[in-house]
Design a protein around this ligand. Structure first.
Ligand code: FPP
Length: 247
């Protein structure tokens, strides 16, 4: 982390080696706000504003899928007011940004459980999914009400049901088949995971899918995560040798 350059530097990117799928844990909103004497939710609001900027940066260099961890299955444990604020962000974000996202051919989708989300959250995200469904550019995938362990347990339950009904033979189960039971079955696994705010953990994010992803961390809080830092992560990814356990 100490070799990260000043946040305005624009590193060189090799456009033929851009990661197809980048996943981001947008952490540090609360600490960013606290540092400024603001309520935590001000940090979430500022973080929301950063989503489009980084989406555009990813789109510009040819990233195909950008998965943003917006709300985990564990985040329900936060104070009611904070949960409510987070749940209201989609209905602010999409009316504000959807036109520009459409102009840039971005397609919205969601990974997570719709059950439990308030109607206004669901309507906002489903409206955006519907309006962008024919777009062919970057997929902006919001992980919302998502948890990796829950996803795997639900997947295993589906597999058992398929074995019981004769649709799947136990011997047929391999990694490809297992992936097909995940919520992201139609997406490539992330090539690169970025986490902001200096925390070095996965927090139940895409546990199956991140098995061979490159991990990149920055001290910067999410609201202050810049396009330049994003490109530094990409450049660092391009310098790494991915061996997938081989030599
Ligand atoms: C973690 O920071 C961040 C979240 C739980 C919320 C992330 C959501 C956004 C940035 C907005 C998403 C936008 C849309 C449109 C859904 P934290 O609160 O844990 O920060 P802390 O660790 O400093 O307390």
């Amino acid at each position: 982390m100490k070799d990260q350059q000043a946040s305005t530097a624009r590193p060189q990117i090799e456009l033929d080696k851009v990661p197809a799928h980048v996943a981001i844990i947008m952490d540090g909103n609360g600490r960013w706000a606290k540092q400024r004497g603001l309520p935590r939710v001000a940090g979430h609001h500022s973080g929301m504003k950063n989503v489009k900027k980084i989406t555009m940066a990813a789109n510009e260099i040819g990233v195909k899928v950008l998965t943003m961890y917006a709300f985990s299955t564990e985040n329900w444990k936060r104070p009611k007011e904070e949960v409510e604020f987070l749940m209201k962000l989609p209905q602010e974000f999409f009316p504000l940004e959807i036109e520009e996202l459409i102009e840039n051919n971005v397609r919205i989708r969601m990974t997570g459980w719709k059950d439990g989300l308030p109607d206004y959250t669901l309507n906002a995200i489903e409206g955006a999914i519907e309006r962008t469904k024919n777009n062919t550019g970057l997929i902006l995938n919001f992980a919302l009400n998502y948890g990796g362990r829950k996803e795997m347990i639900a997947g295993v339950q589906d597999m058992i049901r398929d074995v019981q009904s004769g649709k799947l033979q136990t011997e047929e189960l391999d990694e490809t088949r297992f992936s097909s039971y995940m919520l992201t079955s139609d997406l490539p696994d992330p090539d690169l995971l970025i986490r902001t705010s200096g925390e070095l953990r996965l927090s139940n994010f895409l546990l199956w899918q991140l098995a061979y992803s490159e991990l990149w961390f920055t001290e910067a809080y999410w609201p202050e995560f810049t396009e330049s830092l994003f490109l530094q992560a990409i450049a660092e990814y391009q310098r790494r040798g991915r061996r997938y356990g081989g030599l």
